[in-house]
Write a protein that binds this ligand. Structure first.
Ligand SMILES: Nc1ncnc2c1ncn2[C@@H]1O[C@H](COP(=O)(O)OP(=O)(O)OP(=O)(O)O)[C@@H](O)[C@H]1O
Ligand SMILES: [Mg+2]
Length: 401
């Protein structure tokens, strides 16, 4: 796999609140805890030695309990808060070293921010609210309207431009907030609990909307939430924070299957694993398979050896899936003296899923026949039978008790 391109690099970041905050950094470096430091010095530790990369185009979710430093961290990225120590590099630009003008420039060009509170002006229309984001960034007036209109369209609010925020539901207001951030076409979206104030159904809608948007416009998103389900749904990777530090970073699945410590385990223990595991995690090697040029007797023999009542048939050179052949059908063909099995297979009766199909969706498909897992070229990569899925789930269950 290619090395992913790094969009944001966070290096040894510290944020300590209070007078002479560098003392707090020194104490942290000397191994003192956040609590000790607060007791001894009244300094509040926001972020303590956080280091990680955000890849270009990914949605990185930062998760952790209240007070773990999520908001502080995200505000340090565009220096809404001044880091006490450490570096933030965005596209090779050291954000921590920028002067006021440089900072304004990079905020304008690279960052869009969406908060939990919608922060809309009640006396401005929806369109004017979106334009406001462009206004403060110095976009000339004649460019604002078309950009704002386009951004409203992107969040599904086409036609709502002339309404006032009071006419909108919570979800719609949050869409306006998102449109305001998108209007400037930033490379990076910083979203701090952006969906947390919405009721569950609207929240789900917004999550889906953002995922769809993300696949269209490929932004890099730093997404803060304290909700694990949301993190698993939205995150390409998840960073777990505790007491200002990073406890674990990994894909949702890595976090679930290999929690780094007790804190992470407690976070994930109530998660329904079937939401996260995908076909490639639970499939078995497709062994044996029959090839299109096999005769029915060969196919029968392979099934018998392996104790199977059916077999997947593939092209011999590229393993492209042709279909599934039952022992019964092969036996009939053998009796009738047929030579090849190619035309005997039933592609229709053979359920296929892509490698990244969530396990929970596979459950309903593995009734009697096994399910074929195929890659984007249609080549057979694995096989799933009901037993495989259940075994995969119970394995995890066991090391969790
Ligand atoms: N302006 C501030 N002055 C003093 N301490 C602060 C300030 N902002 C944050 N902190 C402290 O920094 C720590 C991290 O706070 P932060 O708001 O980043 O947490 P969070 O993970 O975003 O929590 P939540 O889930 O509640 O939003 C907390 O202990 C908090 O008290
Ligand atoms: Mg917060």
């Amino acid at each position: 796999m290619d090395e992913p391109k790094v969009k944001i690099r966070i290096e040894g970041l510290y944020k300590v609140f209070g007078r002479a905050p560098h003392r707090g950094v020194e104490m942290l470096r000397a191994g003192k805890s956040k609590d000790e430091i607060l007791k001894k010095t009244k300094l509040a530790v926001g972020v303590a030695d956080a280091s990680f990369d955000v890849y270009d185009g990914e949605t990185l979710v930062v998760m952790g309990l209240s007070g773990s430093g999520k908001s502080t961290l995200v505000r340090c990225v565009n220096r809404l808060m001044e880091p006490t120590a450490g570096k933030i590099i965005v596209d090779d630009i050291d954000v921590t070293a920028l002067d006021e003008a440089g900072l304004r420039e990079i905020r304008r060009k690279k960052f869009g921010m969406v908060f939990q509170s919608f922060a809309l002006f009640p006396h401005k229309t929806v369109l004017e609210n979106v334009e406001f984001g462009l206004d403060i960034q110095g976009v000339p007036v004649e460019e604002r309207r078309p950009k704002a209109t386009e951004a409203l369209k992107q969040v599904g609010l086409d036609g709502w431009g002339d309404y006032y925020p009071q006419n909108l539901s919570g979800g719609m207001k949050q869409r306006v907030g998102l449109a305001r951030a998108l209007a400037v076409d930033p490379d990076v979206l910083l979203m701090d609990e952006a969906f947390s104030a919405l009721d569950p159904l609207i929240r789900t809608d917004m999550q889906d909307e953002l995922i769809a948007l993300e696949s269209r416009v490929k932004k890099t998103i730093l997404f803060i939430t304290h909700d694990l389900d949301e993190a698993l749904k939205m995150g390409d990777r998840i960073v777990l924070m505790r007491d200002g530090g990073v406890v674990q970073i990994g894909t949702p699945e890595e976090i679930l299957t290999h929690p780094a410590d007790e804190y992470v385990s407690r976070f994930v223990e109530n998660v329904d694993i079937t939401k996260v595991l995908v076909a490639s995690d639970v499939m078995k090697k497709p062994k044996p398979v029959a090839f299109v040029h096999d005769g029915p007797r060969t196919a029968l023999h392979k099934m018998k050896e392996a104790g199977l009542s059916g077999i997947f048939v593939v092209q011999s050179d590229n393993w492209k899936l042709v279909g599934h052949l039952t022992a019964e059908r092969a036996a009939e063909a053998a009796k009738a003296g047929e030579r090849w099995i190619e035309h005997l297979t039933t592609a229709e009766a053979c359920a296929t899923v892509p490698l990244d199909e969530p396990v929970r969706q596979i459950f309903s498909k593995v009734s009697g026949n096994p399910v074929a897992v195929i890659d984007s070229e249609g080549a057979l990569k694995g096989v799933i039978v009901r037993g495989t899925v259940i075994a995969a789930l119970s394995e995890r269950g066991e090391d969790n008790v």
